[in-house]
Design a protein around this ligand. Sequence first.
Ligand code: HEC
Ligand code: HEC
Ligand code: HEC
Ligand code: HEC
Ligand code: HEC
Length: 499
Amino acid sequence: MKMRYILVATGTALAMVGLFALRDNMSARKTEAKTTVFKLVDLTERTTDPAEWGKNFPRQYDSYKRTVDMERTRYGGSEADPSAVGAEDVHKTTSNIERDPRLKTMWNGYAFAIDFREDRGHAYMLHDQRETDRVLKKPQVGACLHCHASITVAYREAGIAAGAPGTIDEPLLGANGQAQLMKGFPIISALPYEEASKKVEHPVTCLDCHDPASNQLRITRPGLLNGLAVLAASEDPVPHLESVGKWRAGDRAKPYDPNTLASRQELRSLVCAQCHVEYYCASKETLFFPWNKGLKVEQIEAVYDEHKFPDGAPFFDFKHKQSGAAAYKAQHPEFEMWSQGVHARAGVACADCHMPYIREGAMKVSDHHVRSPLLNDAKACQVCHRQSAAELTARVHIIQDRTAALMGRALDAVVALIGETEAAMAAGATDEQLAEARGLQKKAQFRVDFVNAENSMGFHAPQEAARILGEAIDYAQQGRLSLARLGLPAAAKQVAAAK
Ligand code: HEC
Ligand code: HEC
Ligand code: HEC
Ligand code: HEC
Ligand code: HEC
């Protein structure tokens, strides 16, 4: 048994070595290919227009433009909302809250209960943000644009206007460029959304992931730069981010900086972590990523629990309209979930699955049509897995169906807890009596939400998703027990039964 395990392990190790050798070889060849690219235009730190970049890199630009495509998978992909198809264009995607009214109950009192839709391709990110009822019907701030627009130029210009040294033509990663970026970030973030929105023109573009001079990958988003600095300073083991381990072992004189320390393979995930993460973003405080204790759901929750707003008020996202519980809302923690999975552990990056190499004539280029790997016949997977596309897709579906079923149970439990808290309130329970149940609702709800907001339906880290949902169910049922222990009059039970 043991021997067999060692053999399998050695086999896997050899396969991985082979894989990395292949990758190195590929990167060497890519560099050769790159140097033969005929430079038609000079790209600068001001070039936000992807069409300009497209003149030098037509293949990448062509696939980038294809992010307008809409095609559905069982749990992902994108589609137009049939009920929202206008006369001339397909404007909006399917509403997630109409699809599952339990979500509406869970978010009652928060903007997500007004409008929350299926995500779609990168080409739509600015449009969809400008059009959502969460922006149109609620006042929002410029911080929303951090992840929905090509915004570094706007940050830097605001920083320079506020006294940061240097000019915008200096490299972003230089000392002056960084000072401008960090100074402008809170200024733009605090502007009313409509005003900040006038300063940007494009959704995520080449400049947001690439250096215009060298084309190297780079991190341009202040939220991630700050987030990684606090994550590195935490104790959370992050074996999949080797450069963090190296920084921790050093003298720590300067904060961790991915642009000087991260490997190329790490950057192939970190460029996505600029946006596909849990964050706090509203008017009371500048956008931040809650990673001071680590990347797992309970570590993030602990950061929020300890956090106070600048005015000293306790931190939460919204007060639940029916139960009165103070609640947190999770947002797309793809990077955090991926971090807990076997792929991250094995060094497989977001780009390996979502931007696989495609052959274009004699060249291999990264597919900039960022989308569900299932829409590409699982070709990305087949670089490492030998199974057929049908088999790989089936394996993804097994994980996703199980996650979805467990999430359904967890949502039912949370909705039941909300209904019973309401009934207890109607029966005259005091805030003090309800405190425990409300606290448990907050915990349960944040966990369901974390898995729900994560867009792979469990695939990025199947066991972690199941662990989180198991905890959610337990917390919700504990909340219901806490209410039962109050021994309220029969009236409360009747109301609960009527729900
Ligand atoms: C091993 C391959 C793999 C890796 C690595 C990976 N993903 Fe995924 N991702 C998937 C699969 C499979 C799905 C499910 C697609 C579906 O349901 O259609 C998915 C779904 C998604 C979705 C939702 C897609 C949709 O169509 O709605 C997003 C967003 C996403 N991943 C982002 C990321 C980010 C960011 C990273 C890195 C932090 C990452 N993924 C790493 C395979 C991967
Ligand atoms: C830290 C990055 C980040 C910030 C800040 C951010 N978003 Fe997003 N947003 C994303 C990502 C990633 C997606 C795609 C994944 C998803 O939909 O779950 C998304 C999706 C969306 C969508 C489409 C799906 C939906 O939810 O209906 C809308 C609309 C949206 N965001 C609005 C906003 C608004 C309004 C704000 C400010 C309150 C905001 N975003 C702030 C990263 C961000
Ligand atoms: C500047 C922020 C930003 C960056 C950087 C970013 N994304 Fe996104 N991504 C978004 C937003 C916002 C959406 C949702 C757009 C919408 O629904 O309108 C999205 C949507 C997606 C989708 C869903 C596509 C679909 O058709 O449903 C996938 C998959 C995805 N991103 C993966 C990635 C990967 C992989 C990376 C890194 C290579 C990455 N993203 C980098 C913000 C970003
Ligand atoms: C969300 C981040 C992101 C955006 C936006 C982006 N790229 Fe890339 N790009 C990548 C990643 C990841 C790679 C793979 C780099 C590596 O492996 O070193 C890449 C690779 C490249 C390469 C190297 C050759 C190759 O195909 O692997 C070129 C050239 C390139 N991109 C051009 C562009 C252009 C032009 C645009 C805009 C139209 C663009 N990129 C937008 C993330 C991005
Ligand atoms: C760059 C290589 C690579 C790519 C690309 C890749 N995988 Fe994997 N995958 C691995 C490795 C390595 C493991 C872990 C094997 C081990 O250590 O036992 C793994 C494990 C898995 C597992 C078992 C998961 C678990 O939690 O135990 C599944 C399922 C899987 N991969 C599916 C996919 C699918 C589907 C895709 C494409 C969307 C994909 N993989 C892309 C390398 C890759």
